[in-house]
Design a protein around this ligand. Structure first.
Ligand code: CAP
Ligand code: MG
Length: 438
């Protein structure tokens, strides 16, 4: 009688070099097993579940063609010092890309599928290394950072943006009037808030676009600069594409989509359609649910990398000093660099830095992230004591001073708009300095 083999040694491969790098995508997770759990057994079981197997072996699981498509564990590095009863490991799995076709939805169903709900394990997907052979099917952003900079003619400073506040509720005329004000105040970029939807009875996006573009024409001729307006076309199913086409017909020069809520493939559909000839802002909205837990879910970087693959021309990053509790510079640096560093043929996505941004916390953004950013503020413009025109001026003054390395206290002596903003909200010296009240 042959002796029983404890583990599936075909799945527990441990030699990345034994696999064709063009045939396998490599996902890295942090895996935590329940107290008394067996790391090897979990690693092997999860890899099987995410590719060709299930909780118990079935006869055909061992056929050579099925084995070839079974994921392989190529790393399982236990993390020391996790405390009594806690077993965690960095867990690396190679997935044969033949299992996904050219579908990101199928890729996600595999690398981020049942694995999140298995037994009592916690799993956090922290990285995906995509082979070139898989990425070549994705055109990526049509414009990206270079296209947005070229359209606006801005190359040597961050792009200044505004989110119209109140978030939602404003009738079209008043909304367009606010767009005009922030544009003449110096904003290069304006966006609907994620909650300013496409099918609102009081503000259908197609009608909003007509009013806003008219207001921006006026603002542009007064300031002698261009303004990009991204209209929120988030909706259900094929209405997304209908809104996109109608907004473009109405003269919009940008679009935005809450892509976690609408689906990665909605972003990809827009970006890959040749008739969508304007840049797309990918807004996370629901993203926090996926990436905020340190132990479970999908890391923000993975999410952003996939959005870049799907064609996001610009993508929200949160802020180092702001309200969205990402105030750890490391996380924002990681996310920003994931968006803009070389990634095969995929253009860099412009990082959209926002969330509690106002003049007093701009120097921290620029000193940590450089100038290749879209810096965007809602409350930090509309909450200015003298209104949005002055609020936009103050934001731009803060950005200009920060690029030149002039301390805000000094710049405020020259610019009363900036001074008033600083009097109201102060200046942040380090990322952890303040907490928002929630
Ligand atoms: C910011 C914002 C943005 C988030 C994006 C908001 O407003 O409009 O949507 O910054 O978040 O609604 O919170 P304020 P994320 O400037 O008034 O804070 O990075 O999570 O996609
Ligand atoms: Mg918003």
């Amino acid at each position: 009688m042959r002796s029983k083999i404890e583990y599936d040694l075909d799945i527990l491969n441990f030699v990345e070099e034994s696999l064709d790098p063009e045939q396998y995508l490599i996902a890295t997770y942090i895996l935590q097993v329940p107290e008394g759990g067996d790391l090897l057994r979990s690693a092997e079981g999860l890899a099987a579940e995410q590719s060709t197997g299930t909780w118990t072996p079935t006869p055909e699981f061992y056929l050579p063609e099925v084995r070839e498509r079974t994921a392989k564990v190529i790393g399982l590095h236990e993390i020391p010092g996790c405390g009594p009863g806690v077993t965690k490991a960095i867990y690396r799995v190679a997935y044969n890309i033949v299992n996904f076709g050219n579908s990101l939805s199928m890729l996600l169903s595999s690398v981020a599928g049942n694995i999140f709900a298995m037994g009592e394990s916690s799993v956090k997907l922290v990285d995906i290394k995509f082979p070139k052979s898989f990425v070549k099917e994705f055109p990526g952003p049509k414009f990206g950072m270079p296209g947005i900079r070229k359209y606006l003619g801005i190359h040597d400073r961050p792009i200044v943006g505004s989110i119209i506040k109140p978030k939602a509720g404003l009738p079209i005329r008043e909304f367009a009037e606010l767009c005009y004000k922030v544009a003449v105040g110096g904003c290069d970029f304006i966006k609907d808030d994620e909650l300013m939807g496409a099918s609102l009875s009081y503000s259908p996006v197609e009608e909003r676009v007509i009013a806003v573009m008219e207001a921006l024409d006026k603002a542009n001729s007064e300031k002698g600069e261009k303004t990009l307006y991204v209209a929120n076309i988030t909706d259900d199913g094929k209405r997304i594409m209908e809104h996109a086409e109608k907004c473009i017909e109405a003269g919009v020069n940008g679009l935005m989509i809450n892509y976690i809520a609408a689906g990665f493939q909605a972003l990809r559909m827009l970006a890959e359609d040749p008739s969508i000839n304007v840049p797309i802002l990918a807004h996370r909205a629901m993203g926090g649910a996926l990436f905020r837990s340190p132990d479970h879910g999908i890391d923000a970087n993975v999410q952003a990398k996939m959005a870049r693959l799907c064609g996001a021309d610009t993508h929200t990053t949160g802020s180092i000093a702001g309200k969205l509790a990402v105030r750890d510079p490391k996380r924002v640096i990681e996310l920003t660099e994931t968006l803009r560093n070389p990634f095969y043929h995929i253009k860099p996505t412009m990082p959209f830095y926002s969330g509690g941004v106002y003049p007093g916390n701009i120097p921290l953004a620029i000193s940590h992230l450089g100038i290749d950013l879209l810096i965007v503020s809602g409350g930090g413009i509309f909450g200015h004591p003298e209104g949005p025109i002055v609020g936009a001026k103050a934001l731009r003054q803060s950005i200009d001073a920060s690029v030149e390395g002039v301390p805000l206290e000094e710049a405020a002596k020259e610019h009363v708009e900036l001074m008033k903003a600083i009097e109201k909200w102060g200046i942040w010296k380090k990322p952890t300095e303040k907490l928002f009240p929630f």
